[in-house]
Design a protein around this ligand. Structure first.
Ligand SMILES: C[S@@+](CC[C@H](N)C(=O)[O-])C[C@H]1O[C@@H](n2cnc3c(N)ncnc32)[C@H](O)[C@@H]1O
Length: 142
């Protein structure tokens, strides 16, 4: 990773991803998460303030960039929910199959080079009956 990617880009992404409309979307989506959560591309942890600590047991924060993980430290300290970092890309989720209740990703899929492989990994680790909430989406009746 270059100096720019590790030291400068995390601050730019953090600012750009904290704008009003973006935060509004987060506030609608993130509280739907429950149980054991995998957040893919956790970035600087902006979503942490929107998780419901009553509903979420813990979060696996998958984030390949060391600079982003460093930028997230302040948000992690403020959060009552335990976060365990996974310092790998979304194409390589190091969790057992059927092991998480919620997969969450916000503004990340477009940055993952092999996004279809990453989606397959998310499907693999999501428990049957688990959820991957999408803002505004309605549940299709069985
Ligand atoms: C635009 S940022 C969004 C960050 C965060 N999800 C948010 O909503 O603020 C995209 C994030 O995806 C991460 N990323 C890049 N390549 C990735 C990959 N292959 N797998 C998972 N995350 C990746 C970046 O490091 C960055 O933190």
């Amino acid at each position: 990773m270059s100096f720019y990617e590790e030291k400068i880009l995390p601050h730019i992404i953090d600012r750009a991803c904290s704008l009003g409309q973006v935060m509004k979307l987060r506030s609608q989506l993130v509280p739907l998460a429950k149980g054991c959560v995998l957040e893919v591309g956790m970035g600087s942890g902006i979503n942490l303030e929107f998780y419901n600590p009553e509903a979420v047991d813990m979060i696996y924060g998958l984030e390949p960039s060391e600079g982003m993980r460093r930028k997230a430290q302040a948000n992690l300290r403020r959060s009552p929910i335990r976060v365990e970092w996974l310092d790998l890309p979304g194409e390589q989720v190091p969790l057992e199959g059927n092991s998480v209740d919620t997969v969450l990703l916000t503004f990340t899929l477009c940055t993952i080079p092999d996004w279809s492989a990453a989606l397959l990994q998310m499907k693999r680790v999501l428990k049957p009956g688990g959820q991957a909430p999408v803002p505004g989406a309605r549940r299709v009746p069985p």
